[in-house]
Ligand binder design. Structure first.
Ligand code: SF4
Length: 222
């Protein structure tokens, strides 16, 4: 790909945004939740686990634990068993419990609405905080960078960075703020349905004319 100016990249990103919006008009967070606390717990559980499996686990979990205090006061072994199928269950149970204890102690049992307060909770980094702010509160504070968003951002030539926070900064400079939450969903949906890690379907891809396919040929020829 010829060297692209910052302005040209911005224009191309606008076109990608429009095309993905058209392709996935219903894109949304695929973790089942009915309130911010449920989304917070589901997002902690989603590390290294599929949304589908998390949803299976939370169907029962959310019936039993209804408030931050319920998680805070649960016997640790009981909480571990309840989240076991999501993997890394000891660590996840520990984080959920510690996080919910802070919610009770500092926030009256409620999930806070700022990046600074959220990232002070156990098990909550920028990615999780962005999921909560964008989907539970409708606040576009940043862009979720998970494995799909990182991979697609590279392939689309929107970043050359590998570190999620640096990728996020590059994307925030290119995508209009009101689209930040949706942009994360669109890339995640596209990554799951079209631009998979091992087998990107470039031939049928809805944005192939806008994509330099950075690193794809090299990867497929391996
Ligand atoms: S053209 Fe290929 S690499 Fe680019 S977004 Fe589409 S599937 Fe992914």
């Amino acid at each position: 790909m010829r060297r692209e100016t910052a302005d040209a990249r911005k224009q191309r990103t606008r076109k990608i945004v429009a095309a993905l919006h058209k392709t996935y008009p219903d894109a949304h967070c695929e973790l089942d939740h009915a309130d911010p606390l449920q989304l917070l717990v589901a997002t902690i559980l989603s590390a290294q686990c599929t949304d589908k499996r998390v949803n299976l686990v939370t169907t029962e979990l959310f019936k039993k634990y209804r408030s931050a205090a319920d998680y805070a006061n649960a016997p640790p072994a009981e909480l571990e068993q309840a989240v076991k199928p999501t993997g890394f269950f000891r660590n996840k149970a520990k984080n959920i419990q510690a996080c919910c204890r802070k919610l009770v102690a500092r926030h009256n049992g409620q999930v806070p609405r700022t990046m600074a307060e959220l990232t002070r909770l156990d098990g909550v980094g920028r990615k999780t905080a962005n999921v909560i702010l964008g989907n539970a509160f409708g606040i576009n504070a940043g862009i979720v960078v998970d494995t799909h968003v990182a991979r697609l951002s590279l392939r689309l030539g929107l970043t050359q960075q590998k570190d999620p926070e640096k990728i996020e900064q590059d994307l925030m400079a290119l995508v209009p703020q009101e689209q930040w939450t949706l942009f994360g969903h669109w890339l995640i949906w596209h990554g799951r349905r079209r631009c998979e890690a091992r087998k990107p379907d470039c031939e049928h891809c809805e944005i192939n004319k806008l994509c330099p396919q950075m690193g794809v040929l090299k990867q497929l020829n391996k």
